[in-house]
Design a protein around this ligand. Sequence first.
Ligand code: PBG
Length: 329
Amino acid sequence: MYPLRRNRRLRQNEAIRSLVRETSISPNDFLVPLFVVEGTAVKEEIASMPGYYRYSLDLLKAEIKELWSLGLKGVLLFVKVSDALKDNKGTEAVNPDGLMQRAIKTIKDACPQMLVMTDVAMDPYSSYGHDGVVSNGKIINDDTNAILAEMSLSHAKAGADFVAPSDMMDGRILAIRELLETEGFHDTGIMSYSAKYASAFYGPFRDALDSAPVNMKDVPKDKSTYQMDPANRDEAIKETLMDIEEGADIVMVKPGLCYLDIVRDIRDVVDVPVAVYQVSGEYAMLKAAAEKGWLDHDTVMLEQITSIKRAGATIIASYFAKDVVKLIS
Ligand code: PBG
């Protein structure tokens, strides 16, 4: 007697394994998140994200050119705003000469073909660290949508190719799309954070931007009245289909690894590209374990990225993008 089928024949050596491999990684898969700060000659490491930095605009140029030379053709921009500029309405977010608006122009000057996507959310600009206007202990949905639409328009005017609303208000995609269309920005795309969970994996990101919700009376202590409950699966499909109806060009699941069932569910029902955000806490976990010698950094990194793609991601926003591309080139 012998086994009728020997699956191991297809695993005997690297040549046959690569011939039958179902998922492969390339620079085209990635969006690179970038943190921008005021100042000159600033490249500061983020404490909870070893090997990841905040850049001032002058140094951002060199970073952008390096990304392009590595074949990384899209960035997702976040800015760190000083406390003095923060208020409950995120007024600074629509300053035509604000840091985000200057960052967009700087990148387009340095590398006109680089795809520039911008984070649209109030939290870096909010004195309360929330993604919406706070009033009487609540986040006010529709007032927030009006601000998000203005913010998107401001980014589009500065030259952003796509805006990426990451707030989870109801109806914000429609509000943004309408204003962009009315103002003639037909070609400005929307990548919607459509299934974004209220995750504790965002901790290091909030360190990077100093954007965590403040601990004050009458301010919600977390984001669970707008971001999704990690226990929910069907709701992710509902949220995503609604965003597509409202005009989202790309939808997103966030975080990554713990939510790959959601990625597959969504991939199976939508007809637009699905992005996955492998978030700051996922990056921090691997860096910490590797530093201790408990995990092999590069192998685990590739396994994670491969798994995200295998689950159904068309686009992966990842802090590992540069490391991965250097490793596979
Ligand atoms: C803000 C925003 C967050 C992230 C992206 N945009 C944080 C949050 O919602 O609190 C998290 C990204 C990461 O953790 O890498 N709206």
